[in-house]
Design a protein around this ligand. Structure first.
Ligand code: FAD
Length: 401
């Protein structure tokens, strides 16, 4: 019999295994994939944005915000840095508070975590998919694809349903339900958005530094137009709000400022000056002096100016120029869905945190049952927040067993 069985050798599972084993526990880590940390390897485009220098509670979301504050309390960036230092992984700080392994390789994070587990005598069983769990007289009975095991404590570190190709499943949520836990509905977040708009192919591949607005919410960053809709960092960042709205309405309008670093007035005066020397030029050619060629049609089409010459604007005074500036600063883009869990970095929702002790990650329903990481109803912004939460949960669970 094991002291601790951990289901899932991802971010929080590997850390909880190390912390439990350091405290002398006999630990078994069960992973359904053929190797540990498959999702971790894909994080941060293979560089692993491991944490953030400012893991403040308002960068996380949950039905129960108090839980997040309690979990993060006392576990800041420095605590995570110290943990990784203790296993031999140095971290470096980058812009926007993002933190990466010094090697800039997610593989070094996985390999060093795995090596530490082995060093501490943690048994790791890959291709071991847990199918059923039960608790009889305070003993956990775990049935997996290669046999059965028992343990005094059980950590459910199965992650959530995002990125199924990397192992994302909702097994953890189902296990939680089987023990009577409540679960908060999930939807994909940090995800690309689809659009019903015509002629998307024409725009496909254009990447622009933009400010995207959805109602009151704004995000600044790259926007990438694609054949299915829209992607890029600013879109991933705003996707949580959009997908939430799309649960209530069929379409959502985004406003994209294609030149966020220049004001309406500045752009107007820049363009006006340029008009004076270009009156014989076709409008589309003139606009190429300002903006990506592929974006010209969506800007001019609704204004019915595509076949005009610049001369027609100059004679039309300032009005049409104002409209062009307005389209550049506020391009409407309709979205009607997302690329779903397949494209999502995280799933929102999960095990209701009201039934979890935020200091130990232990279930309030069943003794010695723990939940860590994304399986819980907590998700964070892009920028290292999701992994920060996973590491902290892993440390807390490991320390309290
Ligand atoms: C493409 C991508 C990039 C990302 N980049 C970043 C980033 O740079 N920074 C950041 O902070 N976050 C990032 N994230 C989010 C982050 O990876 C997750 O939030 C984090 O890995 C969650 O950790 P976890 O321990 O909860 O679960 P995971 O790391 O997902 O691990 C769960 C493990 O449990 C296993 N498992 C599930 N069910 C079973 C079962 N029944 N039996 C056995 N094993 C099971 C799974 O196979 C998996 O290996 C990214 C996500 C994706 C998809």
């Amino acid at each position: 019999m094991f002291d601790v069985v951990i289901i899932g050798a991802g971010a929080s599972g590997l850390v909880s295994a190390i912390v439990s084993a350091r405290r002398g526990k006999k630990v078994l880590l069960l992973e359904k994939n053929s190797k540990v940390g498959k999702k971790l390897l894909a994080t941060g485009n293979g560089r692993c944005n491991i944490t953030n220098q400012k893991p403040i509670p308002n960068r996380f979301y949950s039905k129960n915000r108090y839980f997040i504050e309690q979990v993060l309390d006392g576990y800041n960036y420095q605590s995570i840095k110290n943990f990784f230092k203790s296993i031999g992984l140095e971290l470096i700080e980058a812009k926007e508070g993002k933190v990466f392994p010094m090697s800039l390789q997610a593989s070094s994070v996985v390999e060093i975590l795995q090596a530490e587990c082995k060093e501490l005598g943690v048994e790791i069983c890959c291709e071991c998919e847990v199918i059923k769990i039960a608790n009889k007289k305070n003993i956990y009975m775990i049935e997996h694809s290669q046999g059965k095991v028992t343990s005094s404590s059980l950590i459910i570190a199965t992650g959530h349903i995002s990125a199924p190709s990397l192992g994302g499943v909702d097994d953890g949520v189902e296990f939680a339900k089987s023990f009577g836990h409540k679960v908060v509905d999930s939807f994909p977040s940090l995800v690309q958005l689809t659009s019903p708009m015509k002629n998307l192919k024409q725009l496909s591949g254009v990447k622009v530094d933009s400010r995207v607005s959805c109602g009151e919410i704004q995000q600044h960053g790259d926007v990438l137009f694609t054949s299915y809709g829209i992607s890029g960092l600013a879109i991933l960042d705003i996707s949580r709000v959009v997908v939430q709205k799309l649960r209530k309405t069929k379409t959502v309008e985004l406003e994209i400022d294609l030149m966020p670093k220049i004001s309406h007035e500045q752009l107007f005066s820049l363009m006006k000056k340029s008009l004076q020397n270009s009156s014989s030029k076709p409008m589309a050619l003139w606009l190429q002096g300002f903006i990506n060629k592929k974006l010209i049609s969506p800007i001019l089409d609704p204004l019915k100016l595509e076949n005009s010459t610049v001369g027609s604007i100059t004679s039309n005074k300032n009005n049409q120029l104002k409209q062009i500036v307005e389209r550049i600063k506020k391009l409407n883009f309709t979205v009607n869905g997302s690329k779903g869990y397949k494209g999502a970095e995280v799933a929102t929702g999960g095990v209701d945190t009201k039934e979890i002790n935020p200091k130990t990650m232990e279930s309030k329903r069943l003794k010695n049952l723990y939940f860590t990481g994304e399986v819980l109803d907590v998700d964070g912004d892009r920028g290292g927040f999701n992994l920060h939460f996973a590491w902290v949960c892993g440390i807390r669970a490991g320390e309290s067993i």
